[in-house]
Design a protein around this ligand. Sequence first.
Ligand SMILES: *Cc1c(COP(=O)(O)O)cnc(C)c1O
Length: 424
Amino acid sequence: MHHFHYRDNHLFCEDVPVSQIAEAVGTPFYLYSRATLERHFKAFESAFSGARRLICFSAKANSSLAVLTLLRNLGAGLDIVSGGELYRGLCAGFPADRIVYSGVGKRVDEIDEALAAGIRMFNVESLGELRCIDQRAAALGKTAPVAIRVNPDVDPGTHPYISTGLKKNKFGIDMETSLEAYALARDLPHVEAVGIDCHIGSQITQVAPFRDALASLMTLVVRLREMGLAIRYLDMGGGLGITYGQEAPPHPDEYARAIVAATGDSDLELILEPGRVIAGNAGILVSRVLYNKAGMAKHFVVADAGMNDLLRPTLYQAYHAISPVRYRGGKTIVADVVGPICESGDFLALDRTIEAPVEGDLLAVMSAGAYGFTMGSNYCSRLRVAEVMADGGHFEVIRSRQTYGDLTAGETVPSFLSAGATKI
Ligand SMILES: *Cc1c(COP(=O)(O)O)cnc(C)c1O
């Protein structure tokens, strides 16, 4: 359930007409609904209400300060994958002990920053990383709390790029080697193994893969406790899918029931790292139609938003519903909705039946609140778009559109080139 709906054929976000925001801020822009973000977080959190748990929102899904602050105010923790996300999390006021840090390639400086902040747990993805964290903790006079990210070799049944829990994926440590990793953690003086972690993929629309992964993890927990390790946290990662089109993912209640049932009386505190399920349907990308280009083979609707603004269609052939900001009640066409980028892979939708737009019309690309803005880039020297949050009948810009000055900020032309230039 989200708060984007039509009144008299006009799309509203909560009680604000989307067209009114477009007039005020220009296009393209991301638009988030505060009520939807809150509703999704609360639904997820309350699904686990019977269990000891920490819900760590996955920052890479949407790391805008306003979104992070909203979730922090609701009591969320944060799942980070970089020093930059740690910085954002601390800026948004997350207590460090509610932050967990995942990722296969943590650098020394990032590890140091997380140790200095005092995060809850490092989710460690290799033996080398474990040794590195031990050394850095020794240098800083600390003990690092760690979990091993176990790769349980289950197929989450999702797009290959967002499957992470198969043996062939770069993530985590396989079941056999993880025992070795925990033995190493036990022997290293400056790490303490406090948890076990997995994250098997994203946009998972069934409970079974989670249940399978959990069964493997629970067997491991027993072994680890026999080894004398005091495992307190079980981090199940994120991955719960959402409805973009026809998918029917499990409700958080069903997902939570499966997890809580499988952890039983193990006395583990659960950590969950949801991203998409909180933010995905809480945001849209609003774009203006520049041109209708009816070729012989296809009808192209050229929009002012492209793959640099929303990469998911290009990267994953992902489906996003395209909705008119105002229904005209006109005829429908089958069209490719494309962006202005010089790539044939630059599209928002292919062969899509939509109401024929008139040049200048506004389109809403739905379900764009997760992995939307965060995956954006400046490709083709296009400005990063604005972000807006609506709250009831009110809206505010939460990130202003970049300016041309932002594009060249930090760049320098080396002296040997500028000297040459002045000689001419
Ligand atoms: C991306 C990611 C998540 C969030 O995944 P969603 O599918 O958005 O819930 C959680 N944990 C880790 C380690 C991740 O990389």
